[in-house]
Design a protein. Structure first.
Length: 72
């Protein structure tokens, strides 16, 4: 007997977010900037709203994956 192992939208989203986080870590470790320059760059990005924008996009993607319908 074969076992049906469907993949839910939530698990796909979780895999996507884990991959994105892993890619971000690799990018930070492979950057040619010094530690101080990288910290200043990340702080600037967070101050300019980059972190909030990324969270909002992730929430929107999660809702779309779970509902199956795009949101504005």
């Amino acid at each position: 007997m074969s076992e049906d192992r469907g993949v839910s939208g939530g698990s796909i989203l979780l895999a996507f977010l884990a991959g994105a986080a892993a890619g971000a870590v690799v990018a930070l470790l492979a950057t040619p900037k010094s530690g101080r320059e990288m910290r200043e760059s990340l702080a600037s990005w967070a101050r300019e709203g980059g972190a909030g924008d990324a969270v909002n996009r992730a929430i929107r993607a999660a809702r779309e994956a779970l509902d199956g319908t795009p949101r504005a």
